[in-house]
Design a protein around this ligand. Structure first.
Ligand code: BJW
Length: 246
C-alpha cells in the first residue's frame, strides 16, 4: 500500500491538473450514512417516495421533512481527516473537487473550487423562478421565494430523473478533459452521469486513482481503504517529496 500511496503522491505532484470526484463514502467517517450497502439510506428509506420529482409533486411536505431531518443531522457533523487532507492538498497542488455530496463538508474543511453537482442541503431553490439561496430553516412549513414572492421553495438537491445544472456540467466536463490525475473517492459509481466521469477522464488521458474500501470502478491505481486514512497519507507523502526537492 505504501508504494501505491507514494506513486499517487508523485503523480499528483507532477500533474498540472488534478481532479477529485467524491461520493458519500468521503463523509462516512464524519458519521453521515452512505446511500447503498447494508447501512445505507436506501435500505431504510424509499428513494422513489423521497428523491424523485414525482415524490416532490405528490408529497411535498414529506420530501421536505426528510431533507430537514438530514439537514439537522449533517449540521452536527464535522469534516473528517479526508476532507481536511484534500483542503490542505489544494494549498500545495492544483486540485479541483467535483462532489456528489450535498453536505457542504468540503467547503467547511476549507476547500475552494468545489462543484456540488447534486446540490447542497443548506440551500433552497424556487420552483417558479429558479432563484437559489442559503436556507438554514429546518421547520416543516412551506416557504415562498423572497425573490419572486410567488414560487414555493424546494430543497436545492438533484433528485433521480432530474437534470444536473447545465453550467456545472459544462465546468465538470472541462475538468474531465483537462485532468491528468483523476481521484475517485468514496462513490459506488452507480449513479449517472457521475458514474461515467472516470471513464471520460481516462479516455482523455488521465491516470485514474480510486480510494474505496470496496471494489467499484476501473482504476490504474486502487487504494483499498478509507479516505479518512488514505488521504492524510497521500498528503504526508507529497509533503515529503516537496521537502526533498527544496
Ligand atoms: C467509502 C468509505 C470510506 C464507504 N472511505 N469510501 C435507469 C432507470 C432510472 C434512471 C436511470 C437509469 N439509468 C440511469 C438513470 C438515471 C439516474 C441513475 O443514474 N440511476 C441509477 C441508480 C441507475 N440518474 C439521474 O436520474 C440523474 N439525472 C440524470 O441522469 O438526468 C438526465 C436527464 C436527461 C433529460 C431529462 C431529465 C434528466 C440524477 C441523479 C441524482 C442523484 N441523487 C441522489 C440524491 C441527491 C440528494 C440527496 O443526497 O438526497 O444523489 S441519489 C444518491 O446517489 C445521491 C448520491 O450523490 C448518489 C451517488 O451515491 P454515492 O455517493 O456513490 O454513494 P453510495 O452509497 O452509492 O456509495 C458509497 C461508496 O462509499 C461505496 O462504494 C462504499 O464502499 C464507499 N465507502 N465508506 C471511502 N470511509
Amino acid at each position: 500500500m505504501q508504494k501505491l500511496i507514494e506513486q499517487t503522491a508523485l503523480a499528483l505532484a507532477r500533474s498540472k491538473s488534478n481532479v477529485v470526484l467524491s461520493g458519500a463514502g468521503m463523509s462516512a467517517e464524519s458519521g453521515i450514512p452512505t446511500f447503498r450497502g447494508n447501512k445505507g439510506l436506501w435500505k431504510e428509506f424509499n428513494a422513489q417516495e423521497l428523491a424523485t420529482p414525482q415524490a416532490l409533486r405528490k408529497n411535498f411536505s414529506l420530501v421536505w421533512q426528510w431533507y430537514n431531518e438530514r439537514k439537522k443531522q449533517i449540521a452536527e457533523k464535522s469534516p473528517n481527516a479526508g476532507h481536511l487532507a484534500l483542503s490542505r492538498l489544494q494549498e500545495i497542488i492544483p486540485l479541483a473537487i467535483i462532489t456528489q455530496n450535498i453536505d457542504n463538508l468540503h467547503s467547511r474543511a476549507g476547500s475552494s473550487n468545489v462543484l456540488e453537482i447534486h446540490g447542497n442541503i443548506f440551500k433552497a431553490r424556487c420552483m417558479a423562478c429558479g432563484h437559489v439561496m442559503d436556507f438554514s430553516q429546518t421547520d416543516n412549513s412551506t416557504f415562498l421565494c423572497p425573490a419572486c414572492t410567488r414560487g414555493k421553495l424546494r430543497p436545492h438537491v438533484v433528485l433521480f430523473g432530474e437534470r444536473l445544472d447545465e453550467r456545472q456540467l459544462q465546468k465538470t466536463f472541462a475538468l474531465l478533459q483537462s485532468a491528468q490525475v483523476f481521484l475517485v473517492i468514496g462513490t459506488s459509481s452507480m449513479v449517472y452521469p457521475a458514474a461515467s466521469f472516470a471513464e471520460i477522464a481516462a479516455e482523455a488521458g488521465a491516470l485514474i486513482v480510486e480510494i474505496n474500501p470496496q471494489p467499484t470502478a476501473q482504476a490504474d491505481i486502487v487504494l483499498r481503504g478509507k479516505s479518512g486514512e488514505i488521504l492524510p497519507q497521500i498528503l504526508q507523502s507529497l509533503q515529503d517529496f516537496k521537502s526533498l526537492k527544496n
